[in-house]
Design a protein around this ligand. Structure first.
Ligand code: NDP
Length: 246
């Protein structure tokens, strides 16, 4: 496996805003070739243009992580454009949180589809490529919500903890040539609260965000730290939260 960040081909889901966008910008600045994935084509195309205008390398691939075929196209585009895929950052996520009593079953299903199945489809498409190359790195965005369960967050936390378990299993099965990293952010200033359908839950999270949230750059730096380690060094789990978060 190549070490450092320069020259690596890195695909990032959820690159149209927040943590994914900040990560793409930082990695591109450090010389990575970034493959930007999200549903909002205008946002990822504008980001790709911004990166290339600054002298970096980027391509946008409209991707809905609920569709395996889209992940297949994402990985294929990385290989066609840049010849390989070194890292898949599965970061796309939604958090339409609410109390279980509200029975917002469609929101539960949406979280399972994006937060769990979206990551699994990424594994399904990238793992054979990583095996063929003899190297590769999975980075999965979890949440501190999975470390300390609170009311309204149970399904969201469940999806993140499902990915924690999958990531650890993947790491154990990966052998010497693959790396697996999970990053658990605390309150980060992004658009995430906008995906909360329950008004009370949205207002509550927004109030906490306004008070203590930190910049998505903090998570981008953590992801960069994991990627830049020498081959043979696997940064397993990173937790990054505001100092003001309990
Ligand atoms: P944002 O809402 O800013 O970003 C979410 C990203 O996910 C967007 O780029 C969105 O793009 C993408 N996305 C959502 N659904 C899909 C889909 N079906 N297919 C492809 N992309 C999708 O929030 P964050 O940056 O905060 O979220 C990034 C990750 O960080 C998530 O996994 C979230 O759970 C996690 N996290 C965030 C925390 C926070 O406080 N902000 C705390 C803990 C974890 P588009 O809509 O264009 O498809």
């Amino acid at each position: 496996m190549m070490s450092g960040i320069e020259g690596k081909v890195i695909a990032i889901t959820g690159a149209s805003s927040g943590i994914g966008e900040a990560t793409a910008l930082l990695l591109a600045e450090r010389g990575a070739k970034v493959v930007l994935a999200a549903r909002r084509s205008d946002r990822i195309e504008a980001l790709a243009a911004r990166i290339t205008e600054a002298g970096g390398e980027a391509v946008a691939v409209v991707t809905d992580v609920k569709r395996r075929a889209d992940l297949s196209r994402l990985v294929a585009t990385a290989r066609e454009r840049y010849g390989r895929l070194d890292v898949l950052v599965s970061n796309a996520g939604i958090s339409p949180i609410s109390a279980l009593d509200d029975l917002r079953v469609e929101d539960w299903e949406a979280m399972v589809d994006v937060n769990i199945k979206g990551v699994l489809y990424g594994i399904a498409e990238a793992l054979p490529v990583f095996r063929e190359q003899g190297s590769g790195h999975f980075v999965h965005t979890l949440s501190t919500a999975g470390l300390s369960i609170v009311p309204t967050m149970s399904v969201y936390a469940g999806t993140k903890n499902a990915v924690r378990a999958i990531s650890e299993g993947l790491r154990q099965e990966a052998g010497e040539t693959l790396r697996v990293t999970t990053v658990s952010p605390g309150f980060i200033r992004t658009e995430l609260a906008g995906s909360i359908t329950d008004p009370d839950a949205r207002n509550g999270i927004q109030a906490s965000m306004d008070k203590i949230a930190i910049s998505p750059d903090a998570i981008a730096r953590a992801i960069a730290f994991a990627i830049e380690q020498p081959a043979g060094v696997d940064v397993g789990e990173i937790v990054v939260r505001p100092t003001a978060q309990s």
